[in-house]
Design a protein around this ligand. Structure first.
Ligand code: FMN
Length: 499
């Protein structure tokens, strides 16, 4: 596929509109709950991306920001368009594309200036509530400003940049509290700054090319800079400008950037959470967490705020990029016979199904161990299901059939790896095992289900010298014969669509 120019948020919205994938909401909508409820309802009916331009309290002349966009990646078609395809692509095509692009690195370039600096707000003028930040859900602990915010940090030693998507809540007019997990990219950086007794500089990029949201929420290896990956996706360097108050760089045509410092001193921590999370449950209890002390807000003229309901957009694109990350891990581990890595969107990557041409017994456990041993598995792969090459991993019935009749739950077909680093947001896990202040991360018991036919059984002459009995499905040649005789059977009152 040819490389396309970078979008900025505005051109991305225009592109979606031209393809019938964006609806403008012209009537007044309240940022306080109404927007979130409306967006969730539209998404549950498989509706388009939404651009709100008449938000209560923000629709007066002179408002700093009066519009908000959501849902840009909320379907496979929209994801395909945003990646640069002409129309919706099948899972396999998207996956192959992502696999190829994740290995192409093009370093960013620093440019002298950009529209993101058309307005610079500092000091006493900073007020996060000048942005139309929604109260997305009635049970959220506050107004979540960082939902699709891409957070830029640098390793204090190597100066390598990380860009990740992390949540943050308005705690005061110039403060955001956030869920900072030590095993994530910025979490490692934060530990480095803590060791030096220094605050960590951060920049939150809110609204740019959706490729940034996609790449930043992908678990790339820690030595990979996400700006290099974004360059690889578009075949050209990301144009960056230097931030005004922190030593970081951000896309020159971003809509809004929030710059700030996070102190490692726990006495500065403020309440964060709970949040209606991607699990479709409330995340956890309100907890004192690290705080971004905002040092500047920079933005374009008439900026568009970008936000999302957790788990709604990321279910679609996470299915692709988490499967892609898993595929890369298995390839790097040198495991043979991998045919497909598949994630059902509803699981957000919590379950991964790997289809293999089995080469040896025990291979499914090797696969699970590789996935669990990689940083791609931090929030993913609680359940690893491995199936044979005759099972389509995207066919729910086929996978269920394999789990039911190729698995003996009391045998080695099911194995658990207990107490591994995992998601702190899983409501099935007791709160004390996802106390990130004490543990640094959440703990997961992970399970692998080997739903391949075992090689441990004896071959049986009655079963064509195989170890498993033959399936009772029609043989293709028998089906063909029956169908060639169809008219002869004179079956009354029913005719299949094809004979
Ligand atoms: C909308 C959204 C919100 C997220 N919020 C958080 C968060 O608050 N904390 C976190 O650790 N990960 C969060 N994630 C997941 C990370 O973005 C993801 O694990 C990503 O790989 C992190 O990048 P990193 O590997 O560079 O740390 C979120 C993802 C999405 C899509």
């Amino acid at each position: 596929m040819p490389d396309r120019e970078f979008f900025d948020l505005r051109t991305a919205l225009d592109h979606l509109e031209r393809h019938g994938e964006l609806a403008q909401v012209e009537g007044e909508v309240d940022w306080n709950l109404e927007l979130g409820i409306l967006a969730r309802d539209v998404q549950s009916r498989k509706g388009p991306a939404l651009l709100f331009s008449n938000l209560k309290d923000y629709n007066r002349p002179g408002a700093r920001c009066s519009s908000l966009a959501t849902g840009l990646l909320g379907s496979t078609r929209r994801l395909s368009l945003m990646l640069g395809f002409e129309d919706e692509q099948p899972n396999r095509t998207l996956m192959e594309y992502v696999l190829e692009r994740n290995r192409r690195f093009i370093a960013p370039e620093i440019v002298a200036s950009g529209p993101v600096h058309e307005n610079v707000v500092t000091g006493k003028d900073i007020d996060l509530k000048e942005l139309p930040v929604p109260q997305w859900h009635r049970l959220d602990g506050g107004r979540y400003v960082g939902t699709m915010g891409c957070v830029v940090t640098k390793d204090p030693e190597t100066r390598r940049t990380n860009v990740g998507v992390y949540r943050s809540m308005i705690a005061d007019r110039d403060k955001m509290s956030c869920l900072l997990v030590r095993s994530q990219g910025w979490g490692g950086h934060f530990s480095g700054y803590e060791a030096r007794g220094e605050p960590m500089p951060t920049a939150w990029v809110i609204g740019w090319d959706p490729i940034m949201d996609f790449v930043a929420s992908t678990p790339h290896p820690v030595d990979v800079c996400e700006y290099d990956v974004m360059g690889g996706y578009r075949g050209r360097p990301v144009p960056l400008v230097k931030c005004k108050t922190v030593p970081l760089e951000v896309p020159a045509s971003a809509e809004i950037v929030i710059e700030g410092l996070i102190s490692p001193d726990p006495s500065t921590y403020l309440l964060e959470g709970p949040f209606a999370e991607f699990t479709q449950y409330l995340s956890d209890l309100p907890t004192k967490r690290p705080v971004v002390q905002v040092t500047a807000i920079t933005h374009r003229n008439q900026p568009v705020f970008r936000g999302t309901l957790a788990g709604v957009e990321s279910a679609y694109y996470g299915a692709i990029h988490r499967a892609g990350a898993g595929w890369n891990v298995l390839r790097a581990a040198g495991i043979p016979g991998i045919l497909e890595v598949y994630i059902e969107p509803i699981t957000n990557g919590t379950t991964v199904i790997v289809q293999i041409k089995k080469q040896y017994e025990g291979q499914p456990k090797q696969i699970a161990a590789a996935l669990w041993g990689s940083n791609a598995g931090q929030y993913a792969f609680k359940r690893v299901i491995v199936v044979d090459d005759d099972i389509d991993p995207a066919d729910h019935d086929a996978v269920e059939w394999a789990i039911n009749y190729r698995v003996d739950p009391g045998s080695d077909d099911v194995a658990m790896f207990r107490g591994m680093a995992g998601s702190p947001l899983d409501p099935a896990i007791p709160l004390e095992l996802r106390n990130i202040a004490e543990l640094g991360t959440g703990l997961w018991n992970r399970v692998v289900i080997d739903a391949t036919r075992t090689w441990r059984f004896q071959r049986r002459p009655e079963w064509n010298n195989e170890k498993f009995p033959p399936v009772s499905r029609n043989r293709p040649e028998d089906t063909a014969l029956i169908r060639s005789r169809w008219e002869r059977y004179r079956i009354k009152n029913w005719r299949p669509e094809s004979v």
